[in-house]
Design a protein around this ligand. Structure first.
Ligand SMILES: [Ca+2]
Ligand SMILES: [Ca+2]
Length: 128
């Protein structure tokens, strides 16, 4: 079943599968504020669109993390809901720092949004 799906994707997308569907990349944040104290954040991002989600690694001890990780969803369509949730990693319970969401459109778009706990999240997506 899985291999048939892969074959179908190859037929639909051509040999360059990376060009097909949704790609979310160049994800970074500036000025995240995880705690009442002045310690730096340990940020990570959970990205989701449709049935696909991925969680980045944690970038420790900085208010300005760059994640260098991507979300790929080959079955994405215009209008699908894309959500990025920024968290601060902690020992017991991670803090949700803010949510960035958009309904995706075709093409390449650079987006940013202000996070509810402070700071900004930036990302770029391409839907082909
Ligand atoms: Ca925290
Ligand atoms: Ca922390």
């Amino acid at each position: 079943m899985a291999s048939r799906l892969c074959l179908l994707l190859l037929i639909l997308c051509g040999p360059n599968v990376a060009q097909c569907g949704l790609r979310v990349y160049n994800v970074y944040a500036r000025g995240i504020r995880p705690d009442p104290g002045n310690n730096n954040g340990d940020g990570y991002v959970r990205m989701s669109c449709g049935p696909v989600s991925t969680t980045t690694h944690v970038v420790f001890n900085t208010p300005n993390p760059n994640w260098h990780e991507e979300l790929h969803y080959y079955g994405a369509s215009p209008g699908n809901y894309l959500e990025l949730r920024v968290y601060d990693k902690d020992v017991m319970f991670d803090d949700l720092l803010g949510i960035c969401a958009t309904n995706i459109q075709r093409g390449t778009r650079k987006q940013y949004c202000s996070l509810s706990k402070g700071g900004y999240l930036y990302f770029t997506y391409t839907l082909s």
